[in-house]
Structures are given as structure tokens and as C-alpha cells.
Design a protein around this ligand. Structure first.
Ligand code: PMP
Length: 393
């Protein structure tokens, strides 16, 4: 029998990506220090991480991690339900529930796993899952894993969402959206979507990976900032590897929702609990995020400075009020060339290309952080004026 070889087929696919100029390249970072990274013998100023508040190397987090590791080692040893649930996890879950104004919170090892787990636990075959076209890949994958009918609506289009909900009038339905869109930086119309879900009897889920820590007076995120509570957004998910500078994720909601996830979410049940020392470091990060308002204020000032400078230069800004400030360059090669030219000038800014973003919408995904200084932003703008500004015709 001559079956096609799966590994050869995969290799062909990679070769096709290379030919189309879409090959993804892995880079090793030898050392990170605030907004600076060292790679291949060079020191580069990074404008591409999600460490929005500059906490990833904070000494308080490092000390909390070391102390907990000294006390109870590295690995949790097992899944939460098999003896891996330590007091560090419990304390972090309590703090996250309180911060987000929810009854309970549940930790997952990653955001990807959290979204897969929630969707698989909540949705059954023939249920309807309505999602923004630009939602993160793991929300889309989650609905497919659950076997639900996935219907996507045009980006941020509430009428489009209503039409998709009406397409299967009496099916149980989940409407899921990113709070802050990861590649565009804009904020979903959360109030209107919550109203739609209320009228239509759909459950509303928000993935606030890029809003938590950044938006709201105490970094409560996009949902609280939109004036919405647990009744409006019963399923809130956020990650711990971005503004909080650590790794992992959580889902917050009613006690009944969380208990349901403990019983049914396979990506919670069948996986090793995150290292307890990481939970201890994350708790330290939550406390700093709550108290150090200056980080959010500095970040907002840097965002305003960047947007002002970029618009003066005529750079192709997107309408984003958040730390994600992409420049829309169009075709993949243009974005890649701009990223390479920036690297030659000492900056690390990644080009985002299809299929992560739609064809013709390749971009430089510039992210700002409280770890940057005003002068860093000015230097980036100066480099961008050489690399990405419109040329006179
Ligand atoms: N949701 C969104 C909106 C994201 O941007 C990401 C990751 N970038 C995730 C979920 C996945 O989170 P994690 O990296 O913790 O798996």
C-alpha cells in the first residue's frame, strides 16, 4: 500500500511557506533586561513583547519565585485534582477573583488551554458559538474542538453578531470576543455585545488577555472599564503572561461556572498544575499591578507620544488606544523588510503576516511597555521615519 507520507507532506507545506516569503523564524534570546534583549551578540530594544507593565524581570517577582521554590521546589508534581493544587495556587485564585469582581477564579497552565477548556466544557455539538472574525486562534480552535457550530461576524460588528445569533434562533449560544484584539489593539464593543447577549439569551465570554493590568484605574481590564460585571460577562478569561509578566491564565466567574470547569474542562483536569513558585510570583505581580498606578500612567503617556509622533510622520497607524500599536504595511514582504531594517538599526519589532492576519494586512506589531522611556519611543519613531513612512511619489 502506498500511503502519502505525513512528514513529507508537512515538509512540502513548509517549503511552500518559504517560497511565499511566509516562513516563521525562531530566534533565541540570550538575555532580557527590561525592554532590552540580547540576541546573536547584539543588544536590541524590543518593541514586540506583551510585558506591558515591565514586570517580567521585576525583583519582587523574582524574589517571590525564589522564596517559594526554596520552600516547596519546582514542579507541582501532578494535576490540580491529583494533589498538585498548592496553597500558592489557591491564594492566587482568590486574589484574581477579588481583583476582577468575580466569585471564583480557576488557574490554567496557558491561555490557549484555558480557552480550549472553557469552550469544550460549556459547548456541546449543535450549540452555536458566535465569534469576532479577529478573535485569537485559541478561541476559534476551542469552538471547533467542542464540535459547536462556529459562526464568525465581521470585526467589531454588533449587527453582524446579531445576525449570526439569529441564524440558529433556539440553539444554546456562546458569544466570545477578545476584549483587546491581539493584532489590532482596538477594544471590542463590549457594552453593546453584552446587551445583545442579554436580549438573545446567549452567554457572553470575553478573553481579556491584553486588557487585564493595562485598562481601568487598577488594571481591572476591559470588562470592568466598560462598566460590566459578572452578570453581563459570566465568562471572563485572561492571561498571566502579558501585563503580569509571568505565565499561565485563569477563568473567573460564578462559583457554579468554576465548579463546572473543575468537573468538566479537560485542559484543567488532565494536565500538570503550574509550578507553585510561578503562582507565588504571579501573586506578587497582581499586588504590584494593583498598587503601582504609575506603570499604567507611564504606559498611557508613551502610547500618546507614539501616536502623536507617528501621525505627524504619516505612518500607517491603526485606530488603537492600547499598548498594541500596529503599523499596517500591506504585503508580507514589505512588513518583513521593515522588520529587518529596524533590526539593523537596533530594534526588535516583529512582522506579522498571513495567516495570523488577513492577506494584504501584514503589519509591524509594535507594542509599548512601561519599561520603555520617552527617548526609546522617539528613537523608534526616528527609525520608522526611515523604514515605514510613505515615500513621496
Ligand atoms: N488569548 C489572546 C487574546 C492572546 O493574545 C493569547 C496569546 N497571545 C492567548 C489567548 C493565549 O495565551 P497564552 O500565551 O497564555 O497561551
Amino acid at each position: 500500500m502506498t500511503r502519502p507520507s505525513l512528514t513529507e507532506r508537512l515538509a512540502r507545506h513548509s517549503a511552500e511557506r518559504a517560497q511565499a516569503g511566509l516562513l516563521r523564524r525562531l530566534r533565541t534570546i540570550d538575555h532580557a533586561d527590561g525592554a532590552w534583549v540580547h540576541s546573536a551578540g547584539r543588544r536590541l530594544l524590543a518593541f514586540c513583547t506583551n510585558d506591558y507593565l515591565g514586570l517580567a524581570q521585576h525583583p519582587t517577582l523574582v524574589a517571590a519565585l525564589k522564596k517559594a521554590a526554596d520552600e516547596s521546589g519546582v514542579g507541582s508534581g501532578s494535576a490540580h485534582l491529583i494533589g498538585g493544587h498548592r496553597r500558592e495556587h489557591a491564594a492566587l485564585e482568590e486574589a484574581l477573583a477579588e481583583w476582577t469582581g468575580r466569585e471564583r477564579a480557576l488557574l490554567f497552565s496557558t491561555g490557549y488551554m484555558a480557552n480550549l477548556g472553557v469552550m469544550q466544557a460549556l459547548l456541546q455539538r449543535d450549540d452555536l458559538c458566535v465569534q469576532d472574525k479577529l478573535n485569537h486562534a485559541c478561541l476559534l480552535d476551542g469552538a471547533q474542538l467542542a464540535g459547536a457550530t462556529l459562526r464568525r461576524y465581521p470585526h467589531a460588528d454588533v449587527d453582524g453578531a446579531a445576525r449570526q445569533l439569529a441564524s440558529q434562533g433556539d440553539a444554546a449560544a456562546l458569544l466570545a470576543t477578545d476584549g483587546v484584539f491581539s493584532m489590532d489593539g482596538d477594544i471590542a464593543p463590549l457594552g453593546e455585545l453584552a446587551g445583545l447577549c442579554r436580549r438573545e439569551g446567549a452567554t457572553f465570554m470575553v478573553d481579556d488577555a491584553h486588557g487585564l493590568g493595562v485598562l481601568g484605574p487598577q488594571g481591572e481590564g476591559s470588562v470592568t472599564t466598560a462598566g460590566l460585571g459578572q452578570d453581563d460577562v459570566p465568562v471572563l478569561m485572561a492571561t498571566l503572561g502579558k501585563a503580569l509578566g509571568c505565565s499561565g491564565a485563569f477563568v473567573a466567574g460564578s462559583a457554579a461556572l468554576i465548579e463546572g470547569l473543575v468537573q468538566s474542562a479537560r485542559t484543567y483536569i488532565y494536565t500538570t498544575a503550574m509550578p507553585p513558585a510561578l503562582a507565588a510570583a504571579t501573586l506578587a505581580a497582581v499586588k504590584l499591578t494593583l498598587t503601582e498606578d504609575w506603570r499604567r500612567e507611564k504606559l498611557q503617556a508613551l502610547i500618546a507620544r507614539f501616536r502623536h509622533g507617528a501621525s505627524q510622520l504619516g505612518l500607517p497607524l491603526m485606530p488603537s488606544p492600547t499598548a498594541i500599536q500596529p503599523l499596517l504595511l500591506g504585503d508580507a514582504q514589505t512588513a518583513l523588510d521593515a522588520s529587518k531594517a529596524l533590526e539593523q538599526q537596533g530594534f526588535l519589532v516583529t512582522a506579522i503576516r498571513p495567516p495570523t492576519v488577513p492577506q494584504g494586512k501584514s503589519r509591524l506589531r509594535i507594542t509599548l511597555s512601561a519599561a520603555h522611556e520617552e527617548a526609546d519611543v522617539d528613537r523608534l519613531l526616528e527609525a520608522l521615519s526611515r523604514v515605514a513612512a510613505p515615500r513621496p511619489v
